[in-house]
Design a protein around this ligand. Structure first.
Ligand SMILES: Nc1ncnc2c1ncn2[C@@H]1O[C@H](COP(=O)(O)OP(=O)(O)O)[C@@H](O)[C@H]1O
Ligand SMILES: [Mg+2]
Length: 278
């Protein structure tokens, strides 16, 4: 056991999904890990002693009723909780073997590796081009042809290029809700992160736009590790490889998605997924 990783074996395989995809997928490396994490807002503990390993190049869903701590937990991975008044964080959070909350960890550099897409897709009141370029400039990309290349690459990746390529300099405010959400995903992708955190990315969208986002998420996992918060159980079942069920700040169960939904190990999980509360 090395001190640097505090006992987390980053080479270790996490359990493979039973009856999962055909063909050997190989061992899964842990990309993000929480170890004994407690988060309090003042005296109120929103996350209570949670340990969880997020595997690389998989989609991990965080589910549970409103207020159970999903967003708080997600935000730990790119330090988006930093600066909230009265917050305290105990325990450790890792990106590979890097301690995310170590004194010498640069939060700006961390957010370049761990991108985030929020529930409300809010393009800036600027052009489509500028909306994606913005994040690149923040990340220090100055070269104009490099910016143009990355904008196209990320819009293609987000499945939006064909719809916007002839109106890149029109206002992003003219996009539909689903297009705006894909624009925000492109904005996150343009920085070329390793990980994309998504907090209820489809909760404000109609079923067709939601299906497009779900297809996109599935297509992205070959290149990114994705952690998605959703209160939509069918969505978690459709898009994720692993599911973590949170209840009142505790991690009740973490398992391959298929196993969690068909054969939950905990009675509270079963009650939740069968709709007896939530
Ligand atoms: N900025 C904040 N200040 C104080 N309490 C907060 C803040 N954000 C969330 N909380 C509280 O923490 C708990 C978990 O919230 P949250 O992480 O948003 O849950 P979820 O995303 O599952 O709905 C809730 O009780 C909520 O009221
Ligand atoms: Mg939330």
């Amino acid at each position: 056991m090395s001190l640097a990783t505090n006992g987390i074996d980053f080479g270790a395989a996490v359990p493979r999904a039973e009856g999962g995809e055909p063909g050997a997928r190989g061992p899964e490396r842990t990309h993000l890990a929480a170890q004994g994490v407690t988060v309090r807002y003042g005296r109120n503990a929103a996350i209570k002693g949670v340990s969880l390993k997020v595997p690389e190049h998989r989609v991990t869903a965080l589910i549970g009723p409103s207020g159970c701590g999903k967003s708080t937990f997600l935000r730990l991975f790119n330090r988006m909780n930093d600066g909230i008044e009265g917050i305290s964080i105990e325990g450790r959070v890792f990106l590979y073997d890097q301690d995310i909350y170590a004194r010498d960890t640069d939060a700006v550099a961390l957010r370049r590796r761990v991108g985030m897409v929020f529930q409300r897709s809010t393009p800036f009141p600027k052009s489509i081009y500028e909306n994606v370029a913005y994040g690149l400039r923040i990340a220090g990309v100055r070269d104009r042809s490099e910016i143009a290349r990355r904008i196209e690459e990320s819009l293609v990746g987000a499945g939006l290029w064909d719809e916007v390529k002839d109106r890149m300099h029109d206002s992003a405010m003219g996009l539909s809700g689903g297009q705006a959400q894909r624009l925000c995903i492109a904005r996150a992708m343009a920085i070329r992160p390793e990980i994309i955190l998504m907090d209820e990315p489809a909760s404000a969208l109609d079923p067709i736009a939601t299906a497009r986002i779900e297809d996109l998420i599935s297509s992205l996992k070959s290149r990114y590790t994705i952690v998605i918060v959703t209160h939509n159980l069918q969505q978690a079942a459709r898009v994720s490889d692993y599911t973590a069920f949170f209840y009142m700040g505790e991690l009740v169960e973490f398992a391959p998605t298929q196993a969690l939904f068909t054969n939950p190990g905990e009675s509270r999980t079963e009650e939740y997924i069968t709709g007896r509360f939530g």
